[in-house]
Design a protein around this ligand. Sequence first.
Ligand SMILES: O=P(O)(O)OC[C@H]1O[C@H](O[C@H]2O[C@H](CO)[C@@H](O)[C@H](O)[C@H]2O)[C@H](O)[C@@H](O)[C@@H]1O
Length: 264
Amino acid sequence: MALSTQLQQAVNKFASHNGPLIIATDFDGVLAPLVDDPNRSRPLPRSVTALQRLANSRGGLVHVAYVSGRRIDELVQLAKPVPGSHLYGTHGAQTGYIDSTGQLVANRTQLSSHQTETLAAARARAEKLAASADGAWVEVKETSIVLHTRLASDRATALIEPDFRDYVATLDAHAILGHDVTEVSVTDATKGKAIAALRAELGAASVAYFGDDVTDETVFSILTEDDLGVKVGPGDTAAAYRVESPTDVAYLLEEIADKVNAGL
Ligand SMILES: O=P(O)(O)OC[C@H]1O[C@H](O[C@H]2O[C@H](CO)[C@@H](O)[C@H](O)[C@H]2O)[C@H](O)[C@@H](O)[C@@H]1O
């Protein structure tokens, strides 16, 4: 892949900042190609290695963050983050980091009884709808419920997705739309809030962010001209740059790692 002149300049500008840098990335559709079974999803090895190189750059001034809709423990298992990495699971509802021994240290989410009841109601509705559509299934997370429709027919999806969305609108909860998923969350966490908090905590000079989904727009929309926002794949976006696929992301991460380590 050859970078456009504008994207190459943006990479050079990102690497030229002297202060702390954040390289943050979504997982599914960005580090890992989308697949039918989330359990079979794997990140591209080149991206894993590039992020591990970046996490060890400039004597600790480069911070790597993984920001995903996945559960935080699942994200760690799949992405293989190195010590010092920042982790955000379930769209920012779960936060943590990898300590010096390689262990995940994560904050526990405490749900109120109202939130637990809301989640149970959403789960019951999602399971009923999934049972009515071949291929649809339900994923249960600590703070959200996901109705997956990737393997359901278009006709079935057109019936059950709007039904679930309408039901969610009657609950004290938030709908999160993604690739062939409708998720209902009982927290108001977003990826954008997570990255804004990390930027403030670290006093970062610049943030590079990679994402492919609607949820990633909450990050792209808070980036400035000093940052590097890269949308992966098609669709409307507030990101300034776009690449086509996880393979392009691997190339770009290697390029950023080279430039950051060269001290450009
Ligand atoms: O924020 P992300 O890292 O992109 O996570 C979003 C969701 O990812 C998973 O679902 C997506 O990837 C699956 C595997 O490729 C695919 O089958 C599904 O259609 C995609 O929506 C995960 O299962 C969800 O929990 C995440 O919220």
